[in-house]
Design a protein. Structure first.
Lengths: 112, 111
């Protein structure tokens, strides 16, 4: 199993640009989530999904969209990038009711 | 979810046991104690979790006090690769709820 994979590893955007961060898992996990981590801070939940077709907002959802059309994929879309969205983004997945989450390697995003 | 308090940083000599404390005095009866760690620039890694009994796995041991108001994560023989930020999280074991990461404890293992 590849586990949780994220692409790209690094990305530089200009203010106002849009992009999609990809997340995929091959463990048949129903629960997937997106976190962001700013320097010296803990992780904050952006959006999560408890299954295909079901998504919900986390602590810091503004400026981000998600969709879950398949169990395997959970892309995160930045609608109009802002410098405040410069961060490291982590995707995670788990079985429902078994809350040991598996995290991807992260995407480092810089918005100029 | 209950709030946790952890020391900002700790040091440990390689080969010795690392004991990382966590206070969670407002923990509810249905909340578990989870430990994750984050090695520099990597995604967080699950270590262990428990409700009220002590737990042990291949990575670590978790000791929870009888009143459940505090716990200790024990790495029995710390190595340089255990240098990381360790997060203590208390939460209900329910799908769809977030892991709330605080600032954790930075453990530095030196030779």
């Amino acid at each position: 199993n590849a586990g949780v994979t994220q692409t790209p590893k690094f990305q530089v955007l200009k203010t106002g640009q849009s992009m999609t961060l990809q997340c995929a898992q091959d463990m048949n996990h129903e629960y997937m989530s997106w976190y962001r981590q700013d320097p010296g801070m803990g992780l904050r939940l952006i959006h999560y999904s408890v299954g295909a077709g079901i998504t919900d907002q986390g602590e810091v959802p503004n400026g981000y969209n998600v969709s879950r059309s398949t169990t395997e994929d959970f892309p995160l879309r930045l609608l109009s990038a802002a410098p405040s969205q410069t961060s490291v983004y982590f995707c995670a997945s788990s079985y429902p009711g078994v809350e040991t989450q598996y995290f991807g390697p992260g995407t480092r995003l810089l918005v100029l | 979810d209950a709030k946790t308090t952890q020391p900002t940083s700790m040091d440990c000599a390689e080969g010795r046991a690392a004991n990382l404390p966590c206070n969670h005095s407002t923990i509810s009866g249905n909340e578990y104690v989870y430990w994750y760690r984050q090695i520099h620039s990597q995604g967080p890694q699950y270590i262990i979790h428990g409700l009220k009994n002590n737990e042990t796995n291949e990575m670590a041991s978790l000791i929870i006090t009888e009143d459940r108001k505090s716990s200790t994560l024990i790495l029995p023989h710390a190595t340089l690769r255990d240098t990381a930020v360790y997060y203590c999280i208390v939460r209900v074991n329910q799908a769809g709820t977030a892991l709330i990461f605080g600032k954790g404890t930075t453990l530095s293992v030196s030779s």
